[in-house]
Structures are given as structure tokens and as C-alpha cells.
Design a protein around this ligand. Structure first.
Ligand code: ZN
Length: 174
């Protein structure tokens, strides 16, 4: 199983390179996508970006089967082309940041363009947890983690204390 790069690993701070569309169907990229889903579901998480498994390329996998979840999604060379005007605050965590949760304010709606795992063009709007997850994962492709997006560091919480005091609120572990 692929190993997750943890905070402090310089690869998490690099800007990821685009994937040549002609290489998307290669066994290298298709195998990487399958392995990333395996790691994401094993952890468990709802999203994983390639830099988190030490591959600095523009690829993320996402999926959440819970209520209010979203379908399994692969995004290659993605970009957010529109942000909705409304902001929402959610708890976030990260498989590269062990044991911490923090509140992050982000736009509630995004429109995303990119390629799927067949290399087909995608263009869709996302809301709710899916929109939060997309923004969190795409941040990994530009060397950012959710801690960089926190505007109120006093909400930074260790996992045990999160479960004790805050879990009743909506949370998303990414
Ligand atoms: Zn993350």
C-alpha cells in the first residue's frame, strides 16, 4: 500500500505538474488511481491528492458513500473556474496532518473543469461536502494544506478533544 506523506514532507509544499492527457490511460496512471482509492478507503478518508502519496502530479480521487456524500470522482489537471458568493464554515482534517481538526471558511459552491480517468473532459458544479472536498484536495496540488486556509487558529483541535467537545457539529475529514 502507498505511504501517505505527512506534514513537513517537502512534497506537500510543491506545485504539482499537469499530467499529459496522452498518458492518462497508461498503466502507470491507471494503477496510481486504483492505489490511491485503496489508500483513501483504507484510512478512511473522503479525498486524496497525488502529492499525498509522494507523486507531484495534478490528480485527486474523492468519494463519500455516507448521507450527504458524493460519487466516486477522479479529477486530473483540475481547475476551479467559478466560486459561489456564499461562504460556509466546516471542520476539516487531513490524512497528511495526523490528529488535528480545524474550522475553515470556504465558498459553498464551485464549478470545476478537468479530465476524468478516461481523459474525458469534465465540467460540473458542486455544493456541500463535495465542494469543500474539491477545494481541500485542489489546494494539495498547489502546495497548500487546510491549516493555511484557517482564519481562526483558536479552533485548531486535537482529535480526542474534537470528539469530546465538537463532533456534534458537522465535520468533514478529508
Ligand atoms: Zn488533505
Amino acid at each position: 500500500m502507498l505511504k501517505i506523506a505527512k506534514l513537513g514532507n517537502p512534497i506537500l509544499r510543491k506545485v504539482a505538474a499537469p499530467i499529459n492527457p496522452r498518458e492518462i490511460r497508461s498503466s502507470d496512471i491507471q494503477g496510481l488511481i486504483d492505489e490511491m482509492f485503496d489508500v483513501m478507503y483504507d484510512e478512511p478518508g473522503i479525498g486524496l491528492a497525488a502529492p499525498q502519496v509522494s507523486r507531484s502530479v495534478q490528480l485527486v480521487v474523492m468519494g463519500c458513500k455516507d448521507d450527504g456524500g458524493f460519487p466516486e470522482t477522479v479529477l486530473i489537471n483540475p481547475s476551479i473556474v467559478y466560486y459561489g458568493p456564499e461562504q460556509v464554515e466546516n471542520w476539516e482534517g487531513c490524512l497528511s496532518v495526523d490528529g488535528l481538526r480545524g474550522r475553515v471558511i470556504r465558498p459553498s459552491v464551485v464549478r470545476v473543469k478537468g479530465l476524468d480517468r478516461q481523459g474525458k473532459a469534465l465540467d460540473f458544479e458542486a455544493t456541500g461536502l463535495f465542494a469543500v472536498c474539491i477545494q481541500h484536495e485542489l489546494d494539495h496540488l498547489i502546495g497548500k494544506v487546510f491549516l493555511d486556509r484557517m482564519t481562526n487558529m483558536s479552533t485548531l483541535t486535537q482529535l480526542h478533544e474534537f470528539q469530546q467537545y465538537w463532533q456534534k457539529e458537522s465535520s468533514s475529514i478529508i
